[in-house]
Design a protein around this ligand. Structure first.
Ligand code: NAG
Ligand code: NAG
Ligand code: NAG
Ligand code: NAG
Length: 441
């Protein structure tokens, strides 16, 4: 997007943070469209909410994959068969209509692979994929498709599209490079396994995204390097995380900032059980939380994961700065839990400017284990393991009270009824304007 490129060129240090270079498509969608536009309507699609758009989308892709824009105009389309759009270059996918899932297969409804210079966007900010996951979830099952997966895509962006009610995950980006994801609303059911965005990639900027679900909000997996993730609104979710992490973990230079989380499992979790490798040089700053179960939660003995081989993942040089707000019940689940592996103690962990307080009761706990650094219950310097130590705090720290977003969802969407397609919000963190204007605004 032009504004973004302009900003990157003008103030690279300010905007880029942890990135290693430019992100986004190499050519604009306007120039792709003027080269060639392939409307799915000319390839057999019908906006009748009944005809399978799958074959038409594949056919339009084949016609435009060497440079051009595949256009899905305004209207309601059914998708019965999934599409694998691989090997394209200098192409864009413009989704201005709504795709409704009708097929039952697993896999990925839309798979983009081995592609360079790619853009998936809506020109109106209203393009959406309605996964109709409730039809499957109501049967007690979480089988079925992811909505969107990008694999080995370089120089790309995904923006201004809405993904709703995935049967399984919503959006996975793996083994990609130099990408930008922004202005998105993702809304799923109130259940685990319905992740918002999962990323393991290199040099990716994810910003201005809202997620509602009950699993990952925007989560980093291994291997990943040079990720900047900011202005994230976990509007009733599982919360953001690094993990789950296993053998040969390699995550470094990840920067989360301006993350607002309410009614979620956690504000940020680093989760593993055994494993090897490292997480290093990571920053988590400007976090606001309300009514979450966990807040800052490093758990290298995570009980929801079976232990994997290895003595633990080494976490080093991790900074948690400017965390404010309140947790649901601080004596049950304290706002600071840094439980590191005894076989690989955490070092250089810094908790700074951290003020959170409990919403019920009158005390909260800070717990640390085999963790070194500064702040809260962390031990200074040192090496070697130590058993969990817990300190109890019985008055709210100064400055914990912070803004709530006025749009906070007050109850979940459950798992059994159709989930409406939301508008993309105009704000993702209190008082912080999105980087790019919403398409169509
Ligand atoms: C992505 O763009 C950069 C220019 O920023 C270019 O050097 C690189 O080769 C591109 N990647 C691929 C796989 O073409
Ligand atoms: C710690 O990580 C930050 C950024 O993530 C980096 O700027 C800094 O140089 C690192 N410090 C050390 C001692 O490696
Ligand atoms: C908070 O947690 C404590 C300790 O587990 C429990 O005794 C208390 O009932 C909880 N309060 C609420 C309101 O759930
Ligand atoms: C948060 O989610 C709820 C329910 O989806 C929605 O009503 C509210 O508008 C969302 N907030 C924003 C800012 O979009």
């Amino acid at each position: 997007m032009r504004v973004t490129k302009f900003l990157l060129a003008l103030v690279p240090l300010l905007v880029q943070g942890q990135l290693s270079g430019r992100v986004g498509p190499l050519t604009s969608h306007a120039s792709k469209s003027s080269k060639k536009t392939c409307s799915v309507l000319d390839h057999g699609a019908k906006a009748d909410k009944a005809t399978d758009i799958g074959p038409a989308l594949v056919s339009a892709f084949v016609a435009c994959k060497a440079g051009g824009t595949v256009h899905i105009p305004v209207g309601d389309y059914a998708m019965k068969t999934w599409v694998s759009l691989t090997g394209g270059s200098a192409w864009a996918l413009q989704l201005d209509g709504t795709i409704h899932r009708t097929g039952a297969a697993g896999g990925n409804m839309i798979f983009i692979g081995n592609t360079n210079d790619f853009e998936f966007f809506s020109s109106t900010g209203k393009g959406a994929v309605q996964g109709n996951g409730y039809q499957i979830h109501a049967q007690g099952s979480r089988t079925g498709a992811r909505i969107l997966r990008l694999n080995r895509v370089t120089n790309f962006s995904v923006h201004d599209v809405v993904l709703v009610d995935a049967p399984a995950f919503h959006f996975t980006m793996d083994t990609c490079t130099d990408g930008e994801v922004y202005n998105m609303a993702i809304r799923g059911a109130d259940w685990g396994g319905l992740d918002g965005i999962d990323v393991w990639s290199h040099n990716i900027w994810i910003h201005d995204v809202m997620v509602t679900n009950k699993d990952e909000c925007v989560t980093v997996k291994s291997p990943s390097k040079n990720l900047l993730i900011e202005n994230i609104y976990c509007n009733w979710s599982g919360g953001c995380a690094l993990g789950s992490l296993g053998a040969n973990t390699a995550i470094s230079l990840v920067h989360y900032r301006n993350v607002y989380t309410q009614n979620s499992n956690q504000m940020l979790m680093i989760k593993s059980n055994g494993g090897s490798g490292s997480v290093s040089d990571v920053i988590f700053e400007n976090f606001i939380g309300h009514t979450n179960a966990y807040s800052l939660d490093v758990d290298q003995y995570w009980s929801s994961m079976s232990a994997v081989a290895g003595t633990g993942i080494k976490i080093t040089n991790a900074t948690f700065r400017n965390w404010k707000g309140s947790e649901a019940n601080g004596s049950q689940r304290g706002p600071v839990r840094v439980l590191c592996a005894d076989g690989a103690p955490c070092t250089n962990i810094n908790i700074e400017d951290f003020a959170m307080w409990t919403e019920s009761g009158s005390k909260q706990l800070y717990t640390c284990r085999s963790a070194y650094g500064s702040g809260m219950c962390l031990k200074g310097g040192g090496s070697g393991s130590y058993a969990a130590t817990t300190s109890t705090v019985s008055s709210g720290p100064a400055g914990y009270s912070v803004a709530t977003m006025k749009g906070d969802v007050k109850s979940s969407f459950g798992t059994t009824v159709s989930i409406p397609v939301p508008p993309i919000p105009t704000e993702f963190f209190p008082g912080v304007a999105p980087y790019s204007r919403l398409a169509g605004s």
